[in-house]
Design a protein around this ligand. Structure first.
Ligand code: PAF
Length: 281
């Protein structure tokens, strides 16, 4: 296991491996790894010669008043878990390494970053696409792995890769859930026991939506209203958004089609959780 903090050093190491014909899989993370991350690392390890995991809590994707400072961090545990899952290289730079004094360049994908999480977290995706571009430039992966839980992030990154002719494959892997259905997230740790109990309503409301669609309901407004009603029954839940959108444009749709994403964000106290399903009809 190799651990790097400096850009020049990891570049040097990986370029040598690439010259030797090794393929590189990359799993970008903000650390505090859970089964969702580990499933990405395992997938990468099964498809590439070398798997690189970055652990970097990226300040530019957090808005003012968001949880950048208190975002959970446990580097030693992360290194051990990543290694057990099959990672060969960890990149864990300091903030000044990624954003040195005088840093001025940002990457922005337009339109599809204005909806869903982009509407409630202005500037968030600009921070994500900027850091992901930097990491891609440092690592030069053949494949990069992202989780479906951040559905919009995956769509935005695919668009960026297409638009900027980046030479790698983006692979989005299924959501990993707790036994009761709550999507795994580093932020679940913020939930108090009662919030944690009620948070399962995200998955339950999406499952209900899926059932309604299977039973023949195709009207997106009715499905959205049913989801909102179910979530509102939980005393601690505060809906940020429930959106039923086209998978590519991320624009609201009226009728469910084969390319529909149902995505939601709900707050429990200070904690904002997201979840989604892709509808196949
Ligand atoms: O999904 C995340 O954890 C982050 O947005 C990412 C892709 C690591 C960029 O900081």
């Amino acid at each position: 296991m190799q651990i790097f903090k400096q850009i020049a050093e990891i570049k040097n190491y990986l370029r040598t491996e690439q010259r030797n014909g090794k393929s590189i899989g990359f799993v970008p993370t903000m650390g505090y790894l859970h089964e969702g991350h580990l499933s990405l690392i395992r997938r990468s390890a099964s498809e590439n010669d070398i798997t690189v995991v970055s652990i970097f809590v990226n300040p530019t994707q957090f808005g003012p008043g968001e949880d950048f400072e208190k975002y959970p961090r446990d580097l030693n545990r992360d290194i051990q878990l990543a290694q057990e899952a099959g990672a060969h290289v960890i990149f864990t730079p300091d903030t000044v390494t990624i954003y040195p004094e005088g840093y001025k360049t940002y990457v922005e994908v337009q339109k599809i970053t204005d909806t869903l999480c982009g509407a409630s977290r202005p500037g968030h995706f600009r921070g994500v696409t900027t850091v992901v571009t930097k990491l891609f430039n440092i690592i030069h992966p053949d494949r990069a792995y992202f989780g479906q839980k951040d559905a919009q992030q995956g769509i935005v990154i695919r668009q960026m890769v297409r638009d900027l002719d980046m030479d790698l494959e983006i692979i989005v892997c299924p959501i990993v859930r707790e036994a009761d259905g709550l999507a795994m997230s580093s932020r679940n740790i913020y939930l108090n026991p009662e919030e944690r109990k009620q948070a399962v309503v995200l998955f339950q409301s999406l499952t209900m939506a899926k059932d309604l669609i299977v039973q023949g309901e195709k009207n997106a407004y009715k499905i959205k209203a049913a989801i909102e009603k179910k979530i509102s029954e939980k005393s601690l839940a505060k809906i940020d958004y429930v959106s039923i959108v086209d998978m590519e444009t991320l624009r609201d749709i009226r009728q469910i089609t084969n390319k529909t994403l149902i995505a939601l964000a709900v707050r429990f106290g200070e904690t904002r959780l997201i979840d989604n399903i892709i509808v196949e009809v």
